[in-house]
Design a binder for this molecule. Structure first.
Ligand code: PLP
Length: 374
């Protein structure tokens, strides 16, 4: 039996409506039929990003768009601030170093959000850009982008936010929070398979996009030139964009506020449930997208994840990097409802019991039901 429950922070489950749209026979992209679809997608994406800025779409995973931002906005030798504090903050630093930038790293203890004042202290006239993350998926931590935006807007630097996992789960008001560049990806809150990435680019950020580090496929100017039609310079991931039209329609139908509220409730129930059975949260400022939990003494989280997957068919994620074996991560991201949380917690209880952790079955579930019933 193939039935399984996917609760990893990307990829995430796909609604049947979206999967069916993607199964339609392929169409050609240089046609009025595709342009109509693409136009609707771009409009709805702008509403999701809460921006009037241009949004560029690439056929790549999220990291491709992260690299594209660095390549298009900056030149070797440019000075940038990078907020670390997790695997994805570190990825920004690695990409920046790959492109020869001078990286001023703000090291944040994993599990904590960056204190915005630390960015203020590091900023000076020579800094071209500040790179950070909305939801740091490796630790389940939400950064305070609104406060960071207040600080960065007073400087010469542009603010670049990796919102790949946070988008559609945690509030992000691109324009009113002064975020110049937002990066998104398809396989998280957008309820699609992997393969599409997005970048919103403000006027201020476009000023940096002159002939910077060479890029061909990921050249922002080519994508901008094709936008009025709207078109893409190269063959777009047509089926994924058709799926995206449907997932954005689902988000519109529910209403973005309600989508955030739903994620907030699922996150609150998950946190309450795991704490009820004596487990400790890993993040000190948890995101609505996922819950990171410390493995209890004597339990290796890599083993826990495989017991849940192989015995109970509930797929969650282990820690990454230095947290492998030490924490586990349960996503409540995208196409998720109340009973998905119940399944995750129930699978967790059964797997923990199987591994010898002392607990009363049903306690986490019961506590979550209390939160979800409201
Ligand atoms: C998933 C994710 C990425 C991108 O990963 P890809 O595997 O390249 O799609 C980047 N940043 C964050 C915060 C993520 O959660």
């Amino acid at each position: 039996m193939k039935k399984r429950y996917l609760m990893t922070p990307g990829p995430t489950p796909i609604p049947a409506e979206v999967a069916l749209q993607m199964a339609e026979p392929i169409i050609h992209h240089r046609t009025p039929q595709f342009q109509k679809i693409f136009k609707e997608v771009l409009e709805n994406l702008r509403r999701l990003f809460q921006t009037k800025n241009d949004i560029l779409l690439f056929a790549s995973s999220g990291t491709g768009a992260m690299e594209a931002v660095v390549a298009n906005l900056l030149s070797p030798g440019d000075k940038v601030i990078v907020v670390k504090g997790g695997k994805f903050g570190e990825r920004w630093a690695e990409i920046c170093l790959t492109y020869g930038l001078k990286v001023i790293a703000i090291d944040v203890q994993w599990g904590k959000a960056v204190e915005p004042v630390r960015i203020e202290e590091a900023l000076d006239k020579t800094i071209k850009a500040v790179f950070t993350t909305l939801c740091e998926t490796s630790t389940g931590t939400l950064n305070d982008i609104q406060s960071i935006g207040e600080i960065v807007k007073k400087s010469e630097a542009v603010l670049v936010v990796d919102a790949i996992s946070g988008l559609a789960a945690d509030e992000l008001q691109t324009d009113s929070w002064n975020v110049d560049v937002v990066v998104g990806g398809s396989q998280k809150g957008l309820m699609l398979p992997p393969g599409l990435s997005f970048v919103s680019v403000s006027e201020r950020a476009w000023n940096l996009v002159e002939n910077k580090s060479p890029s061909y496929y990921f050249n922002f100017k080519k994508y901008k030139a094709a936008l009025p039609k709207p078109d893409t310079p190269f063959t777009p991931a047509i089926s994924l964009i058709i799926g995206l039209r449907e997932s954005l329609r689902l988000i519109e139908e529910e209403g973005l506020r309600n989508v955030f509220l739903r994620h907030q409730q699922l996150a609150a129930a998950t946190r309450a449930g795991v704490q009820e059975i004596g487990l400790e949260l890993f993040s000190q400022r948890p995101s609505n997208a996922l819950t990171a939990v410390k493995a209890p003494a004597g339990i290796n989280s890599s083993k826990l994840v495989s017991v849940m997957r192989d015995k109970f068919k509930v797929w969650i994620a282990d820690g990454q990097g230095e947290l492998k074996g030490k924490i586990f991560r349960i996503a409540h991201l995208g196409y998720m409802e109340r009973f998905d949380v119940i399944i995750a917690l129930s699978g967790l209880e059964m797997a923990l019991q199987e591994m010898g952790y002392k607990l009363e079955l049903g306690k986490a579930v019961g506590r979550a039901e209390g939160v979800l019933g409201g």
